[in-house]
Design a protein around this ligand. Structure first.
Ligand code: SAH
Length: 241
């Protein structure tokens, strides 16, 4: 059976006992039926992946000890996902998929046609952690709080280019060949699309490249996964050997 992988916010090195949180101890003992002597995998987003032995385990506390590093730290390329939150379950899906697809940072943005005014940042961050646990990643993208798109663009660093999924370009898609690697962000709009003033503003920014995602209008969650796949395959880590 595949080993259990847990994210743990603690430095990982040989010979260090690490206390489990109450939730982690509960998960390991009551849900996964683990006990002292069993081995699990740990990562903290910085020190790669480690094999660890359960030293002590009770219902609500316990201790694990790293035994050997099993994978080096692997960070994704410098790609951010900017997306307008939609309904709760679909927003959860976007964060989970973005973490799996190797987004380095996930930024929910409030656009003019965004319905939700609040998000639960802590819940979304927990989804990103769970996605990293199950996809074998050693990196956990930060999920930021909801920020107005206009404010983000006011202080945008032009060194980070923006791949703008622009629904008005629905139709034949061109490849990203010719665009160079480096810091990028993908921008996905809400169900209502972008407003005229947002379109004008984005069109006027040199660092913005508008793209079509093909001949059909995709739901925002589909568009997020499609554009991350497109970017990773052309400019990102699908290219690395
Ligand atoms: N209500 C809008 C569609 C919004 S789809 C309309 O009918 O025109 C939600 C978001 O997904 C869009 O803002 C865009 O960022 C992205 N998207 C969906 N389909 C797309 C396509 N074919 N090309 C580019 N972006 C697309």
């Amino acid at each position: 059976m595949a080993k259990i992988r847990l994210f743990i916010d603690h430095p990982l090195a040989l010979g260090q006992g690490i206390a489990l949180s109450s939730d982690q101890a509960h998960y390991l003992s009551s849900v996964m039926r683990q006990g002292p002597g069993d081995e699990i995998l740990l990562f903290n987003g910085r020190d790669g992946e480690w094999l660890a032995r359960i030293e002590r385990l009770a219902k609500r506390n316990g201790e694990v000890a790293p035994v050997a590093q099993t994978a080096p730290q692997m960070n994704p390329p410098d790609l951010w996902l900017l997306f307008a939150p939609i309904k709760k379950a679909r927003t959860d899906f976007i964060v989970e998929k973005a973490a799996e697809m190797g987004a380095a940072r996930i930024l929910p943005v409030q656009t003019e046609f965004t319905n939700s005014e609040r998000i639960r940042q802590d819940r979304l961050q927990a989804h990103a952690i769970e996605a990293a646990e199950q996809c074998g990643g050693t990196y956990v993208p930060e999920v930021t709080d909801l920020t107005p798109l206009s404010r983000l663009l006011d202080r945008w660093d032009a060194g980070r280019r923006i791949l703008w999924a622009d629904e008005s370009r629905v139709g034949p898609a061109r490849t990203l060949a010719g665009l160079s690697q480096g810091p990028w962000a993908v921008l996905i709009g809400p169900e209502g699309g972008f407003s005229d003033s947002e379109r004008r503003r984005l069109s006027g920014m040199d660092c913005v490249t508008p793209i079509s995602l093909g001949p059909r209008i995709l739901r925002a969650d589909t568009a997020a996964v499609a554009s991350l796949a497109l970017w990773q395959s052309e400019l990102g880590d699908w290219q690395r050997d």
